[in-house]
Design a protein around this ligand. Sequence first.
Ligand code: SF4
Length: 443
Amino acid sequence: MNQSFFIKTYGCQMNDYDSNKMEDLLTFNGFSKVSNVEKSDVAILNTCHIRKKASEKLYSDLGRLSVFKENKNKLGKKMHIIVTGCVAQAEGNEIIRRNKSVDYVIGPQNFHIIPKLLKKKKTNQIFTEFLCEEKFKSLPSSNIKNVSRLVTIQEGCDKFCTFCVVPYTRGAEYSRQVEDIYAEVLNYIKNGTSEITLLGQNVSSYKSIIIEKSKKKEVNLSGLMNILSKIPGLKRIRYLTSHPSDISDDLISEHKNNKSVMPFLHLPVQSGSSKILKLMNRKHTKEEYLSIISKIKKNVPKMAFSSDFIVGYPGESNNDFEETLDLIEKVDFASSYSFKYSPRPGTPASTKKNYINDQISNLRLKKIQELLNKQQKTFNTSFIDKNIDVLISGRGKKENQYVGRTPYLQPVHIVSSRNLIGKILKIKIESLTSFSFHGKIIA
Ligand code: SF4
């Protein structure tokens, strides 16, 4: 009988992509996916290390899983527990020390070895080498059918922001070859995909080489999007996450001239204070960030922006926080994510002593979220009674209901008796509930 596997994914879209790839890999090797961990022979926890809560969650999930494995063993059945992802990379030994029922701890650049490991007897092993190239070359093509697919084009980061674990858990920057990405996207399109999101921890630093007319040519993110947009059937291209210092003029012109590239940019700034940005080693000032935004707005007026914010970074004064609010007012974000600073072991910021009092951080977080929510609501309300293109990606919870996304990623619900999945339709937005639209088909 086929062995079954279960994957739980924590954290970001890079992890979603990796989990999809593990699914492809295990399916290709004869395993079948189950959505209930209790029915699995192999349980994979694909972890995230970006916030403290995420790794705490892993240990509590492992506690429950190990009891379950023990009970299975008593019945004479086997079960493998595998921890993958960034916590695996950062805390390999600690995971095995805290929970002996874990069979393998596998870093993000090693998950391609899972099928081989499952044939071996030796367990309690850790694999955390940086094998990016080998990993991508070993992955089979995908049979998952989805209107919208994630495509990792770049991994790792050389920026070393002081609060971030990525340079340590995902390693140095690595860009995949254009030909490999092209083949992967082509396969997705054949399986019904219309939209891709190009992923990278630092996607805007993507760099590869192609041979054109017998000469080497460098391809950056805008060049790659230009090449991919020529694939028939590919309707929308997105990318994330970008760093402000990598936003080049040709990326802006790609947004201006290439209709497939969506007019929505997630550009994390983290703080509006140049003093804090320097302490964070962000390599740009508040003024430089604002000048990039204004250049983009000037060239591509329909662009909208989202960002990430950290409040309560060590040393953040009231004045620094006010600078962040000022930046938010100036940019006017369509949506954003904001978090209270939490130290990650091994990062330079975690050794700082001048932590901000929790009460103050909570107040700042509340204030920033009120402002960001207000901006998001104003942005969304401006679409009411307007017609907008919506890519229908799936069915809604109600009968005959479909869900899609606008170019700005706002969810839209519509009702139809015919199957609309994969279509881009002109929708008149009629109402807004929380952060989701309801509309009717115009064309
Ligand atoms: S640029 Fe992003 S991924 Fe790289 S270190 Fe900074 S926050 Fe982390």
